[in-house]
Design a binder for this molecule. Structure first.
Ligand SMILES: Cc1cc2nc3c(=O)[nH]c(=O)nc-3n(C[C@H](O)[C@H](O)[C@H](O)COP(=O)(O)O)c2cc1C
Length: 458
């Protein structure tokens, strides 16, 4: 089968740029305006995007009131699964991927919510498995600080084992609903998980039928050693923050090699780097618009953003026109982004102020005409540096409608992107197999996960 390009919409209704809410086109209450969000998602569906993805932080960031009061994040959006449940009813084909944390949730609750979303949407759900990012999240769940990096990933693995085990509670054909005999489901088609692990004890079974997709599509975005290992083991859609072609090619190659070592088919692991596109009919217009948005970002917000990406460091005592100090090793930070930024500062000898400007200007953005953006997509896709893109829209609705009305037709004209959905479920559109139940072929009603491993691909 020919390789297909996949497009995922990284949807933040206020725009992914921190000053997106200040743009004259922006809808002031975008984050909590269901009608508006539905319109955006329907536009992406009309353009045949594979899916939308809703990111999440389970806290108001720790940025101090001066900075917080200048960004829209506090009012940035609904809880992702709740929002996607509403969007499931308002759309019919586009995939719906919600972020949910394995560090600050219980597996039974999430297994149930995602199984419900998969049923509600007719098999269009996806779960972006994250271990969360900052101390502010931990403090909302009875902890003083964020779990250490290695602990988070150990917990994530066991969490995932439990969730996928719970999804298999009922066999696919369990519900025979035989009115004549009075038997609603076949008794031997129900399996109690009886998970007894280091971090979780979960009896099961889950109180809902197996999801239409067998499992919602699993997205992951780890890029540290632990994160990549988990992505290669369980991820089917891998989001990356790779900023340039070489980094993306190396990352994609690495993830696929790891997947092969984990016994998986590398074609069942789709790597989607982020693509922030500023597109306009002319290059000059796109560049102007890129500059205009950057100019709307308050310098204090730009610095706070840098501090955040560096793992929550406080640079206020440093000379902004001096170099970035040597930063202590952190086991809490999202390591990948942090290291890329530290490397950028060192390579180009940037001051803190220059670095903050560079990070805030979304330097990784592709700025240009529809042809420029399509060239970028085609180059990365054809060379295997990407299986598609996680398209971020810096300000809305303009950067989204420009992408769907200008870039998508160009990709379609080149024969790179579909003009019709291939299937009904997100798995079908992504070309991903439907996982078999871990109990497929078994006759016993109860199997402990201590002895039964799930099949990640089947
Ligand atoms: C495109 C993209 C989106 C992400 N969205 C979220 C998110 O919504 N919530 C979250 O806690 N982490 C999110 N992350 C962070 C990743 O889950 C991961 O923690 C990060 O890439 C660092 O990798 P590591 O955990 O292996 O250190 C995202 C990362 C990327 C690249």
């Amino acid at each position: 089968m020919t390789r297909e390009l996949h497009l995922n919409g990284f949807l933040k209704p206020g725009g992914t740029h921190l000053a997106g809410w200040r743009h004259p086109d922006a809808v002031p209450d975008a984050g909590v305006n269901l009608r508006y969000v539905t319109e955006l998602v329907r536009t992406l569906e009309d353009a045949r995007f594979d899916a939308i993805f809703i990111a999440d932080l389970i806290a108001v960031p720790d940025s101090g009131d001066e900075v917080l009061s200048r960004v829209s994040v506090v009012n940035d959006g609904f809880e992702p699964i709740t929002l996607l449940a509403a969007l499931a009813a308002a759309t019919s084909r586009i995939g719906l991927i919600a972020t949910a944390s394995t560090s600050y949730n219980e597996p039974y609750t999430l297994a149930r919510a995602f199984a419900s979303l998969d049923h509600l949407s007719g098999g269009r759900a996806g779960w972006n498995v994250v271990t969360s990012l900052v101390d502010a999240e931990a403090r909302n769940f009875g902890l003083g600080e964020h779990l250490a990096h290695a602990d988070r990933y150990a917990r994530a693995r066991e969490f995932f084992e439990v969730v996928t085990g719970l999804w298999d509670s009922f066999d696919d054909d369990a519900f025979t609903i035989d009115r004549a005999s009075g038997r609603y489901f076949e008794q031997d088609a129900l399996h109690s998980l009886d998970h007894r692990g280091e971090r979780f004890r979960v009896a099961g079974p889950l109180n809902i039928a197996r999801p239409p997709q067998g499992r919602p599509v699993i997205a992951q975005a780890g890029s540290s050693e632990d994160g990549r290992a988990l992505a290669a083991e369980i991820g089917e859609v891998i989001f990356s923050a790779a900023r340039d072609f070489e980094t993306s090619l190396a990352f994609t190659t690495d993830i696929k090699e790891r997947a092969v070592r984990a016994g998986r088919d590398p074609d069942q692991v789709l790597v989607l780097p982020a693509l922030t596109a500023f597109v306009a009919p002319s290059r000059a217009q796109a560049e102007d618009e890129h500059r205009e948005l950057a100019a709307l970002l308050h310098p204090r917000v730009a610095l706070a953003d840098l501090e955040y990406f560096l793992g929550g460091v406080d640079l206020s005592a440093n000379d902004l026109d001096g170099p970035l100090p040597v930063l202590p090793t952190s086991n809490q930070a999202s390591r990948s982004g942090r290291e890329l930024i530290i490397a950028l500062a060192a390579q180009e000898g940037l001051t803190i102020r220059q670095l903050a400007e560079r990070v805030s200007r979304s330097e990784e953005a592709v700025v240009g005409t529809p042809t420029d953006i399509a060239d970028h997509i085609e180059e990365w896709f054809t060379a295997g540096a990407a299986d598609g893109f996680n398209v971020a829209f810096p300000y809305l609705p303009t950067s989204l409608t420009r992408f769907t009305s200008l870039v998508v037709p160009e990709l379609q004209r080149r024969g790179l992107f579909r003009t019709e959905y291939r299937g009904r479920t997100l798995r079908e559109n992504l070309g991903l197999d439907r996982p078999r139940s871990r109990y497929a072929g078994a006759t016993q009603g109860s199997t402990s996960t201590d002895t039964t491993r799930s099949e990640h691909t089947a």
